[in-house]
Design a protein around this ligand. Structure first.
Ligand code: NAP
Length: 105
């Protein structure tokens, strides 16, 4: 299972589609499930998550063996700024992915 973070974005959506066509199991992360409906219809599992929400990242990473991170907030302001999403958010994502890897199979 491959987790695509930013699956509703330009890069993430195109990548998710290519992976689904190739027969890969894809979990598509978005803050708004309705935005990933197209991927769900193509067979993706949709998970609601936010790079600023540690618990949601642990849920998103649970059971995946690869993570493809394409989300960004380059134009965001305040709590949605790059500092909280791109910098701290991706650190949280790496921690969540590592925590899942450490779990015994
Ligand atoms: N597109 C280009 O031409 C281009 C060129 C050079 C480099 N890049 C780089 O490629 C990467 C992807 O760019 P893109 O154009 O594909 O992005 P995009 O179309 O603007 O999509 C941004 C994605 O980020 C997600 N996102 C935003 N805030 C989030 C948060 N707090 N938590 C989780 N997800 C969040 C959005 O998901 P939801 O709204 O669904 O939650 C959305 O899927 C970026 O690093 C960008 O700098 C892109």
């Amino acid at each position: 299972m491959i987790l695509i973070v930013g699956a509703t974005g330009y890069l993430g959506n195109a990548t998710a589609r290519r992976l689904l066509v190739a027969g890969e199991a894809v979990r598509a992360m978005t803050r708004t499930a309705a935005k990933a409906q197209d991927l769900q219809e193509l067979g993706a599992e949709v998970v609601v998550g936010d790079l600023r929400d540690e618990a949601s990242l642990r849920r998103a990473c649970d059971g995946v063996d690869r993570v493809f991170a394409t989300a960004h907030a380059l134009m965001g302001r305040g709590q949605e700024s790059s500092k909280y999403v791109d910098d701290l958010g991706h650190k949280r994502l790496i921690d969540a992915a590592r925590a899942v890897r450490r779990q015994p199979v």
